[in-house]
Design a protein around this ligand. Structure first.
Ligand code: NAP
Length: 481
């Protein structure tokens, strides 16, 4: 596949990265492995593209972006299949990513139409500015670098480009190297809809090779990155040189707390949804199950029974409940993490066996304690259910907060006051009461406490982050009304 860069086309015959179907190992396509010089060219062109894009009235930008959303939806089946093949995720999950992008575009176009500045009351200062008028406007920041992870590349691209473009910025999108193809096609749709080529570019190549050049470039005004905490911390360090503003959505080790009065049957459905979705490769998946000792037996038995009923296999087969993982390497890493937890004293009571090239039978681990890595900083990116027990709410809370991450969290109880009082003391960006932590809407402010991120994403929140407010001071234009 080619990429359009700096208004020109980079053919795939250049030094290339191969994209594989992780389910079969078959090579699907190649993308150019761009060089540092290509990145410099992309940033320079983006500055020009941004001026052209920002010069369009908001109504025109909105018309183009809405057309882009229509194009995406009209190609949903074809693009969904491409994402499914390059990523290994279930076809239904792949298609839904495009729906989310369309919803985000709609929401940010509306919001950008009502992005008002302020007019300051005059005469309230003790200085000699009483004849002056001061008004503010939100102006674009410039060129925004959008770095995407493999697990929801399209949906998370929408969370970044919809506000950035609606506000009049240019975007340079760095897709994950494992699955860049759907993003390249998405950028084609932006161009077809009328976004200038320079205002929306995609740069392919390993983050470890081109990443520093992109994020340290003085022409980049803002960085929005979703991915691992270690990568985020590295980017923050590199970007600090230019004081570039950074927003991060990073790793998580979300807790799923089951109180003694919870509806156990309901928690099981939520545990599956929270942990098995996208084969467990979800930042806000429930990754630590903290269950009251009085319901531990019922919870564990029912969970294993439910897991035995799930169908795992070909992600293109719509009858499957769990698809494949991003790669054989990623699956094997999860198997290694299960083994490490067992070595630390946990008991593997169900599953955990690899299947085929990139499938994993979900695993259930019991005898897990707060001292183990999995209970603290070891994020497992696969369908693994480590279960810990507690006696008092204080013990449960200590387990929940004994973790450097704080993305989402879940608490189940029939007593709403008890659940809310618990939620107040949880150190996480969102607490889902009577629902799994795998919960995110396009509008809610989504983001983490502690090492799970900096900033919030969601159309109720993001937009101002990609603008800068300028004061226009008109001196001596007012009389003494
Ligand atoms: P990752 O390895 O950190 O990669 C994320 C992106 O950063 C990729 O595009 C990667 O490019 C790029 N990158 C790598 N090194 C870089 C560097 N030195 N400079 C600039 N960019 C660089 O993350 P992942 O494995 O794709 O995703 C899984 C992680 O993301 C998990 O920890 C998960 O919890 C987190 N996540 C968080 C959220 C959230 O909203 N909080 C959502 C989804 C995922 P390459 O692909 O070329 O290496």
């Amino acid at each position: 596949m080619y990429v359009q860069l700096g208004g020109g086309t980079v053919e795939k015959e250049r030094e290339a990265l191969t994209v594989f179907d992780p389910t079969t190992g078959e090579a699907i396509d190649t993308v150019p492995a761009l060089t540092k010089a290509d990145i410099d060219r992309a940033v320079e062109t983006a500055a020009e593209g941004q001026r052209e894009w920002a010069a369009k009235p908001q109504t025109e930008r909105n018309r183009i972006l809405r057309h882009f959303a229509e194009l995406l939806l009209s190609r949903r089946a074809e693009l969904g299949e491409l994402l499914c093949r390059e990523n290994g995720k279930r076809i239904a999950e792949a298609e839904e990513e495009f729906d989310t992008v369309a919803a985000l575009v709609e929401s940010y176009c509306d919001k950008a139409s009502h992005l008002y500045g302020v007019s300051l009351p005059n005469g309230t200062d003790a200085t000699n500015c009483h004849g002056d008028m001061i008004v503010t406007r939100h102006e674009p920041v410039g060129v925004v670098a959008c770095l995407l992870p493999f697990n929801f590349p399209v949906e998370l691209c929408g969370h970044k480009i919809a506000p950035a473009l609606a506000a009049g910025n240019a975007v340079i999108i760095k897709p994950p190297s494992d699955c860049p193809l759907a993003i390249i096609r998405l950028v084609d749709c932006l161009h077809e809809a009328g976004v200038p080529a320079g205002a929306a570019q995609v740069v392919t190549g390993r983050g470890s090779v081109i990443g520093d050049t992109l994020v340290s470039h003085p022409g980049i005004a803002a960085i929005t990155m979703t991915g691992g905490t270690e990568t985020g911390a590295h980017i923050a360090e590199v970007a600090a040189k230019n004081l570039t503003r950074c927003y991060f959505e990073l790793g998580g080790n979300d807790a799923f707390v089951v109180m003694d009065d919870a509806d156990i049957d309901w928690t099981i459905g939520q545990a599956l949804e929270g942990r098995a979705n996208n084969a467990g490769q979800v930042c806000c998946a429930s990754k630590r199950f903290i269950v009251h000792e009085s319901v531990f037996g019922a919870f564990t038995d029912k969970l294993i029974l439910a897991l035995k009923g799930l169908k795992i296999g070909d992600p293109m087969d719509r009858s499957m409940d769990i698809g494949g993982m991003i790669s054989e390497k990623a699956r094997d890493e999860v198997v290694r993490q299960i083994r490490r937890t067992v070595e630390q004293g946990a008991k593997l009571v169900y599953g955990g066996e690899p299947q085929g090239k990139n499938f994993l039978i979900p695993a259930v681990l019991t005898n897990v304690t707060g001292a183990m890595d999995v209970a603290r900083d070891m994020e497992i990116f696969g369908a693994v259910f480590p279960i810990m027990t507690f006696r008092t709410a204080e013990e449960a809370l200590a387990l929940v907060n004994n973790c450097p991450y704080g993305l989402n969290s879940a608490v189940f109880s029939r007593d709403m006051a008890k659940a809310i009082s618990f939620a107040e003391r949880v150190q996480a960006g969102s607490v889902i009461v009577n629902g799994g932590s795998n919960y995110r809407t396009a509008t809610m402010p989504f983001g983490g406490y502690k090492k799970s991120g900096v900033g919030r994403e969601g159309s109720s929140h993001t937009l101002l982050e990609f603008t800068q407010e300028k004061s226009y001071v008109l001196r001596n234009v007012l009389g003494n009304l």
